[in-house]
Design a protein around this ligand. Structure first.
Ligand SMILES: *[C@@H]1O[C@H](CO)[C@@H](O)[C@H](O)[C@H]1NC(C)=O
Ligand SMILES: *[C@@H]1O[C@H](CO)[C@@H](O)[C@H](O)[C@H]1NC(C)=O
Ligand SMILES: *[C@@H]1O[C@H](CO)[C@@H](O)[C@H](O)[C@H]1NC(C)=O
Length: 456
């Protein structure tokens, strides 16, 4: 692939390299537990264990909402997370969320917050007190004055200058006598802005003692727009950029994390797991691996991008083309994301795939009662779906029926893929359920291992 390095991307590449270097120097510190690896729970938003759970909603309503969140999420990837001083104000529905929440404690003494775990963004942030405009939520605001480990970053610090390269000199200090480093992080249709700081985070580990992450860079949001549910108060960025939890953990987790997502609509009461470090190693005979394409200078390093070569439906195979991930990254790229329910494909390719799938199914087509999904069938006892195989570069992934089809009601089953006219391609979380999925950001590989995630 011809790499045309423009000035901007080279600059951001250099910035990120420097930030990583700084993170190394500031002595981000760990307890012994982290060098062994640790695991935490991920709770699906539609699980009864989730604060999002609305018992009065019926299954088909939940799926209709998941469909619409998938569409909203596409716009998040089209105008991806950016640090900027001058974000346009927007009260549009926040599409930058994600489907899983994670409990994390913050500060000393620590306060538990419920945050969205998001593989599509980098910053770790929470709403702080005082807040000039916060996203409405019943969760108490984090009070940095009550924490002995909270340390705001100075606007003269190197890190602060890097995240606001063009405006640091004019806007820093923001007010006379106040040198706090201000940030603004946009999610396409929402944003958080406030103070950048270092703080202690505590993750309750699945096994053994809690994991303490000292001097973690966080955003203390004081002007945030978007939507949260009543108990949520922040986002944990798990992307590939320098300020994400994964990158900040860095060498202590050898750049590795993995997750195993339980099919949330089939097993609503079972939590999924996320693993870091040694716990995140994915091994065994059934493992297949594909390169993570973060090395392209024109790709923002936040996203986890894979090379998708083709998709097969039983014996018929069609080559994948036509995706536009970044304006300059066109071809056969696809973002893997835990925060998008459906798999999204460029419409021309989707149409071909849908007709292959339809050609293999002998049952009666019906329309989706909610009019969201394109291809739905009435379920009868002899109903059989074709075998769909996703051919990533070096990794053929056979989807189970529940990865490609979803029942919207007792009688209706729909194809869980959707088209995007703008050429976006996202490998969504329904397709990822019941696979242990390992990200190795050092070797730059992504591994799939078919697994029963409810027993992991
Ligand atoms: C996460 O936090 C919420 C709110 O504090 C609580 O209700 C829930 O039980 C916690 N979940 C876990 C797995 O700790
Ligand atoms: C999940 O747990 C709730 C109680 O919290 C229970 O009412 C429900 O039947 C359970 N669902 C399944 C599928 O086990
Ligand atoms: C699909 O891609 C393969 C490998 O790049 C190529 O050999 C083949 O000719 C392509 N098939 C079609 C129909 O374009």
């Amino acid at each position: 692939m011809a790499a045309s390095v423009n000035h901007q991307s080279l600059l951001s590449f250099l910035s990120v390299t420097i930030i990583i270097f700084i993170l190394g120097l500031t002595g981000f510190s760990f307890t012994r537990a982290q060098t062994r690896g640790f695991s935490a729970e991920l709770i699906h938003r539609d699980s009864p264990k989730s604060p999002f759970y609305n018992p009065s909603e019926v299954h088909s309503e939940r799926l209709s909402k998941a469909f619409h969140r998938s569409i909203a999420r596409v716009s998040h990837f089209k105008s991806p997370p950016v640090f900027s001083k001058n974000l346009p104000e927007s009260n549009v529905m926040y599409g930058g969320g994600g489907e899983y929440i994670m409990n994390i404690s913050i500060g000393t003494p620590s306060v538990e917050i419920v945050a969205i775990a998001d593989t599509g963004s980098d910053l770790i942030w929470t709403q702080c007190k005082p807040c000039s405009q916060c996203i409405r939520s019943n969760a108490p605001l984090f009070d940095p004055d009550a924490s002995s480990t909270y340390k705001p970053l100075s606007c003269f610090s190197f890190l602060c200058k890097i995240i606001e390269p063009s405006t640091a000199r004019t806007s820093c200090p923001a007010k006379p006598g106040d040198n706090t480093c201000l940030y603004s992080y946009g999610y396409g249709s929402g944003f958080s802005s406030g103070d950048l700081a270092t703080e202690t985070l505590t993750l309750s580990s699945e096994l053994g003692s809690p994991v303490i992450l000292r001097k973690t860079y966080i955003g203390c949001g004081r002007d945030d727009r978007g939507t949260f549910n009543p108990v949520e108060s922040g986002i944990i960025g798990l992307g590939g950029g320098a300020l994400s939890l994964v990158s900040q953990l860095g060498t202590s987790i050898a750049g590795k994390f993995s997750y195993c997502l339980v099919p949330s609509y089939a097993k609503p009461n079972t939590s999924s797991k996320i693993h870091f470090g040694k716990n995140a190693v994915v091994s065994g005979l059934s493992v297949v691996s594909t390169p993570l394409l973060k090395k392209y200078p024109q790709a923002r390093n936040t996203f986890y991008i894979l090379n998708l070569q083709a998709i097969s439906v039983d014996d018929l195979r069609i080559n994948f083309t036509g995706s536009i991930i970044e304006t300059t990254l066109e071809g056969n790229f696809i973002i893997i994301d835990s925060g998008t329910p459906l798999t999204i494909l460029p419409s021309a390719f989707y149409t071909k795939l849908e007709s292959l799938v339809a050609g293999k199914i002998r049952a009666k087509q019906v329309s989706d009662p909610n009019q969201d999904f394109n291809l739905c069938y009435e379920i009868k006892s002899d109903f059989k779906v074709p075998r769909i195989t996703v051919h990533f570069d070096g990794a053929d992934v056979d989807l189970a029926p529940l990865n490609a089809f979803i029942s919207v009601s007792e009688k209706v089953l729909c194809f869980a893929f959707a088209p995007d006219d703008g050429g976006m391609a996202i490998y969504g979380n329904i397709a990822q359920t019941n696979f242990l999925i390992g990200y190795d950001t050092v070797k730059q590989t992504l591994s799939f291992k078919p697994s029963d995630c409810s027993t992991q």
